[in-house]
Design a protein around this ligand. Structure first.
Ligand code: ATP
Length: 243
């Protein structure tokens, strides 16, 4: 469904990711992991068009989309939850949700809101509350809910666990398989490797802007040293040693 081929992107003179490829199939959960500064957020920004490509391509259901503006990509079904939630703090929960579907008619908006409230029942009682006073976990639910209001087919989530208590993170991660059942593919960037490995079908490991592994998550679930081997193998290969 979503295919990223050998992309390069960055900020001014800085190349943040280079020669990165990935594929996301329908109803798949793909995890993107890697240390700070590896380029994980940049990869998501390049897919949505927030950061332009300087090489490579992004296609959606076979159509090249890397020259389309962000809103056109969103209309095709790609939604993103940015790191740090970025809600409108002075607006209510409900208004934040509605902004995720501002282009839809009233009935579609209502149906989307009902779906979001079914996914996150905790939001039901706080719909009228100002987003700025919510807990971090509630804000994350609103941020994901807002992205879902556009009824995406692929949801990109940047570090959903950032700054949240473990039980809230559990609650958020529990919703991901439900999203898949509803027909949404998920790409989740995460520093908490153990958490993301529990839910992913496939995983991509980024290191210094390059993809050093893309494949099944199983290897990392069953072998605690596998991640270190992937990084080390990459470094040895860079130095001309054994990979
Ligand atoms: N807005 C920006 N302007 C300039 N450089 C940036 C910007 N955002 C990220 N970078 C740089 O691009 C590189 C990749 O950053 P990116 O945020 O994509 O990595 P990341 O893997 O998501 O890291 P983290 O886990 O810390 O969020 C880093 O060197 C970072 O400093």
């Amino acid at each position: 469904m979503l295919r990223v081929r050998s992309i390069r992107a960055g900020y001014g003179d800085l190349t943040a990711i280079d020669d990165v490829s990935m594929a996301v199939g329908e109803r798949e959960i793909v995890g993107v992991i890697g240390p700070n500064g590896a380029g994980k957020s940049t990869l998501l920004r390049a897919i949505t068009g927030v950061v332009p490509l300087t090489a490579g391509s992004v296609t959606w259901c076979g159509e090249p989309i890397d020259r389309l503006p962000t809103d056109a990509r969103a209309r095709r079904g790609i939604a993103m939850v940015q790191e740090g939630r970025r809600l409108f703090a002075s607006l209510s929960v409900r208004d934040n949700l509605v902004l995720g579907a501002y282009h839809a008619d009233r009935a579609t908006r209502q149906a989307a809101e009902d779906d979001v409230l079914e996914l996150f029942p905790a939001l039901r009682d706080i719909r009228g509350r100002t987003a700025g006073v919510l807990s971090g976990g509630e804000q994350q639910m609103v941020a994901i809910g807002r992205a879902l209001m556009s009824r995406p087919r692929c949801l990109l989530i940047d570090e959903p666990s950032l700054g949240l208590a473990p039980f809230i993170v559990d609650e958020i991660y529990r919703t991901l398989p439900t999203l898949v059942e509803l027909g949404v593919a998920v790409v989740v960037v995460e520093q908490e490797v153990g958490r993301v490995l529990k839910v992913v079908d496939r995983v991509m490991v980024l290191h210094e802007g390059r993809s050093v592994y893309e494949g099944s998550g199983e290897r990392f679930r069953t072998d605690p040293d596998a991640l270190a081997s992937v990084y080390l193998g990459h470094e040895l290969a860079d130095q001309g040693g054994a990979a």
